[in-house]
Design a protein around this ligand. Structure first.
Ligand code: ADP
Ligand code: MG
Length: 375
């Protein structure tokens, strides 16, 4: 089932009573979640991700805007009638109930025509436990299981009523690194197998990029960009998104555009086909976008007008297949530039400097004032 969020806004009174202004947790959020897809809601802590989920589930009422499930307006529908499955970071299982009873719990209070017999409940519990691969643990108590297993129980409990929508709020954050990787693959499998429209909230960009069909990047309650993860990575609309996606982070420099060329300091690093007009810009270069230039023998020798970026060489970190060339440049916005090259690449450092040419699809130019992408 598709979900349409129409100009959703949620304002909260400030938790600090002395501050009179409202907190705008979600700000004119306009988005359609396609049927049967896994959508990642991504952004830094406090950007409004949980509030968006709570609005969809009905735990919160929007200040403005509408929510549709399919063609039905559910904006005023109470949470319990929305057919939504929820999973939170802290599994929230009942400690005194075993796994079977925990998963069965949502089925127990079905009434009227939906009421189930004990046998029907047992069958549904078993089917769902099997889906998340914990059918062998039905008699255990939560305290007798690992974090990953407990989270599977929580997922089973959310799925047992066959919800129309599954909402996951940072479900992997309490797991250790290895389990987190494994469980995220599991989540993807379960989502594909059930075909349930799923919204997965995380602050971890790698997690979202690896399993989601679509990602929505948020800042301050607003959508900064949405789309297929690879497209958003390759074509960020703004500096915020460019910086938020990718580890190691994109390298950002202060630069200028003059007559169609991009300069960092006096180095012409890139020539463009189009004329953006002369202006101040931020130049973002992905770590994988640097090619060490072995034709370069130091500033005194360079007489060609090839595009290059010259940096002070600091350190080479070899990490198996790849190496990081760490270097500095006075126009760089962070502490250390990180260029990732294949291990074994020859790095020349005449006069303590290193020169790079930049891969055209790995350089992004942003307006210095608005942060909007120009190229
Ligand atoms: P996220 O899940 O992305 O970390 P949240 O949706 O929890 O962000 O919060 C968004 C903003 O709204 C934050 O500034 C948060 O402090 C504020 N907020 C969330 N819930 C409430 C509430 N019940 N009362 C007051 N402020 C809230
Ligand atoms: Mg949250």
């Amino acid at each position: 089932m598709k979900i349409v969020l129409e100009h959703l806004t949620k304002k909260f009174p400030n938790r600090n009573k002395k501050i009179k202004e409202y907190v705008i947790a979600v700000n004119d959020f306009d988005y359609e979640i396609p049927d049967g897809k896994l959508v990642g809601l991504l952004g830094p802590s406090g950007c409004g991700k949980s509030t968006v989920l709570n609005l969809i589930s009905g735990l919160e009422k929007p200040t403005q805007g509408k929510i549709y499930f399919g063609d039905d307006d559910v904006t005023e529908l109470p949470a319990e009638n929305r057919g939504v499955g929820l999973v939170f970071q802290n599994y929230a299982l009942y400690p005194h109930l075993n796994v079977r009873e925990n998963i069965r719990f949502p089925l127990e209070n079905l009434r009227g025509k939906d009421k189930l017999t004990r046998d029907e409940m047992d069958r549904k519990v078993f089917e769902t436990a099997k889906l998340v691969q914990i059918e062998g643990l039905l008699d255990r108590k939560p305290s007798e299981m690992s974090g990953g297993q407990q989270q599977r129980v929580a997922i089973a409990r959310a799925l047992v009523k066959k919800p129309k929508v599954l909402l996951l709020d940072e479900p992997l954050s309490n797991l250790d690194a290895r389990l987190r990787l494994q469980t995220r693959e599991e989540l993807k499998r379960i989502q594909v197998e059930t075909g349930i429209t799923t919204i997965f909230v995380t602050h971890d960009q790698e997690e979202a990029m690896s399993i989601c069909d679509t990602i929505v990047v948020m800042q301050d309650g607003r959508i900064m960009q949405q789309g297929n993860p690879q497209d958003v990575y390759d074509k960020p609309d703004n500096l915020f998104v460019a910086k938020f996606l990718g580890t190691p982070q994109i390298n950002v420099f202060k630069g200028v555009v003059r007559a169609g060329s991009v300069f960092i300091g006096t180095d012409r690093v890139y020539r463009m086909e189009e004329d953006l007009g002369d202006r101040d810009v931020y130049v973002g270069i992905r770590p994988e976008g640097f090619i060490p230039d072995d034709s370069w023998n130091g500033r005194s020798e360079a007489s060609d007008d090839k595009e290059r970026l010259i940096c002070e060489f600091r350190k080479l970190e070899v990490m198996g297949r790849d190496s990081s060339v760490l270097c500095a440049n006075e126009f760089f916005e962070g502490t250390m530039i990180r260029a990732i090259v294949a291990s074994g690449t020859g790095i020349k450092t005449p006069g303590g400097e290193v020169a790079f040419t930049i891969k055209p699809n790995k350089i992004h130019i942003f307006d210095a004032k608005t942060g909007k992408v120009l190229h």
